[in-house]
Design a protein around this ligand. Structure first.
Ligand SMILES: NC(=O)c1ccc[n+]([C@@H]2O[C@H](COP(=O)([O-])OP(=O)(O)OC[C@H]3O[C@@H](n4cnc5c(N)ncnc54)[C@H](OP(=O)(O)O)[C@@H]3O)[C@@H](O)[C@H]2O)c1
Length: 308
């Protein structure tokens, strides 16, 4: 009999891609059947999940009782919160801990938590306002104290960010420029977030082996200069990189997002996002995978046309 894997954020990028992967993967689909959680089971993305055989349950991360029902009878749970939904660390921490508490109440065996590093600690108190990292790390610390098998999916910088608010812009003079605050030689660990399943598969196949392990989820570290070189190579249009001040860089974001992201600039330049253990963490993680993650070049090719 297959075991139940319950996926939070099922209508979103991480959860949705994990579900896609499990449904298509011959080994995982023999081991697991799926439940997806959404706040609105009537929306089109929820209907599409049902059509593919996923049981859809309506629940809200801010309503504990709904979470207990959401994870009932699950063997494994993938937990993700969306910091940007409310822009509050306190809410994200409460929601993440509530997933863990509900999993305990329901007797879940394995919890995969979508985590990130604690930047305040990593930077010895220098960068204390990267709230959407620190809040996830606080939930991770809580989960590690609980009697449940747990593993941690730490997503790198989404390649998908460059489809929308971090897309290079066509300038009046006809040039195409990616403008960001990062140094041109900073190291950015990039993930095609549709690869969430590739990184979660080892854990789902052998929960005991990966108990307590953190997965550093990216394909590779890329510098901004490499990022634009690959755009140029693939599209045949010259894309350049310009390091700019924080106010110029993020024109499409809300003022609050701009303020918060301004505070995280040093995270990329000085700590390469994952901190000093990032390189080793990535090497170890890639060694665990059976399915290689997509490269930035393959992502850029797949998303053509970029500049029409
Ligand atoms: N962008 C990056 O480069 C990056 C890198 C690393 C980590 N992250 C983190 O990724 C997280 C977002 O994950 P994502 O990209 O998969 O999100 P997403 O595509 O924006 O989708 C958000 C998902 O969360 C669900 N959700 C939000 N609030 C909920 C609530 N109160 N109750 C139940 N479900 C709720 C939504 O479900 P419904 O709307 O259907 O209810 C939806 O499925 C953020 O916390 C962000 O910090 C982002």
């Amino acid at each position: 009999m297959t075991k139940l894997l319950t996926v939070f954020g099922a209508t979103g990028q991480q959860g949705g891609s994990l579900i896609d992967y499990v449904l298509k993967n011959p080994e995982l689909s023999k081991l697991y059947h799926l439940r997806g959680i959404t706040r609105d089971a009537s929306k089109a993305s929820a209907t599409s999940l049902r059509e593919r055989g996923v049981q859809v349950i309506q629940a809200d991360l801010s309503d504990f009782q709904s979470l207990v029902a959401a994870v009932a009878n699950s063997y494994a749970v993938f937990g993700v919160t969306n910091y940007w939904d409310k822009g509050s660390a306190a809410i994200e921490i409460a929601q993440g801990k509530a997933i863990a508490d509900a999993a305990l109440v329901a007797g879940v065996t394995l919890l995969i938590w979508s985590s990130l590093p604690n930047v305040s600690l990593m930077s010895s108190g220098t960068l204390t306002e990267v709230a959407h990292f620190d809040s996830k790390a606080e939930v991770e610390e809580y989960i590690r104290s609980l009697p449940i098998l747990s593993s941690f999916f730490m997503a790198g910088w989404y390649m998908q960010n460059h489809l929308s608010y971090m897309r290079p812009k066509l300038q009046d003079n006809g040039s195409i420029v990616l403008s960001q605050t990062w140094s041109p030689t900073a190291l950015l660990p990039m993930i095609d977030i549709t690869d969430t399943g590739k990184f979660s598969a080892p854990i789902l196949l052998d929960p005991a082996k990966y108990n307590g392990k953190s997965f550093t989820c990216a394909t590779a570290f890329y510098t901004p200069l490499e990022i634009v070189e690959i755009w140029t190579k693939v599209t045949g249009k010259k894309v350049t990189y310009a390091q700019v001040g924080a106010d110029e860089a993020r024109g499409n974001l809300t003022a609050e997002m701009q303020r918060k992201l301004k505070k995280s600039t040093g995270l990329i330049d000085d700590y390469s996002y994952f901190g000093p253990t990032g390189r080793d963490g990535l090497d170890w993680t890639l060694d665990q995978l059976t399915d290689a993650p997509n490269t930035w070049e393959s992502f850029v090719k797949a998303k053509e046309p970029w500049f029409s």
